[in-house]
Write a protein that binds this ligand. Structure first.
Ligand SMILES: [Zn+2]
Length: 198
């Protein structure tokens, strides 16, 4: 498969597949890396959205949910396989991974931390050349009440560690920008910090 090829499946169709578990297009979706990446993104989004609705249902306004629209808009773009990243390794030196897979990895790291939701994520630098310096730029939506400098540092450390283990990229910097602060929890006081995340 051509890594820069966009298979053209609409995110709405994937969302339906996620909801219903069936699709006339299942044969493609199950084996398409791009569709799988989008499904993974949708899954973490719906988990986050459910958590929000749980907390914010009484206070939600159009302004409050704008950040979600932005994330949805970026998801499709980022789920493309993107550039191919070569991997070293003996006779298997034709191994490679894709930019989209690395971005999906960063997203997973964000999901594993409470209080943050990864928006746009970009790899800057020539990822197709082994050893070239690469900078990771992440836009983050945070829940009000989490101390941002701490959150940024935790996220940076986690992304560095994960990419070091899972990729051969020479990551020289992880930039974290907070683009949205989601409103504080109003109501019964059962903040998300009290909820277990597995
Ligand atoms: Zn596809």
């Amino acid at each position: 498969m051509n890594p820069t090829h966009d298979c053209g499946r609409r995110i709405e169709a994937l969302s339906d597949y996620l909801d219903s578990g069936t699709s006339p297009d299942a044969e493609h979706i199950d084996y398409c890396p791009q569709c799988q990446a989008q499904l993974a993104g949708l899954r973490s989004l719906s988990a986050a959205a459910l958590l929000m609705m749980d907390d914010d249902v009484a206070s939600a306004t159009a302004d409050d949910t704008g950040w979600l629209d932005g994330i949805m808009a970026n998801l499709r773009l980022e789920s493309r396989a993107g550039r191919t990243i070569p991997l070293r390794g003996g006779e298997l030196d034709e191994l490679s991974e894709t930019e989209g897979a690395v971005i999906a990895l960063v997203r997973t790291v964000g999901d594993s931390l409470g209080g943050v939701l990864i928006g746009r994520c970009q790899l800057e630098g020539d990822v197709s050349v082994p050893g070239e310096p690469v900078e990771v730029k992440i836009n983050v939506s945070a829940r009000y009440g989490h101390p941002l400098p701490e959150l940024a540092q935790t996220l940076r450390d986690a992304v560095f560690a994960e990419l070091l283990v899972e990729t051969e990229l020479n990551v020289t910097a992880v930039h974290v920008a907070f683009t949205d602060i989601r409103p504080p929890v109003i109501g019964n006081g059962s903040g998300e910090s009290g909820k277990g995340r597995s």
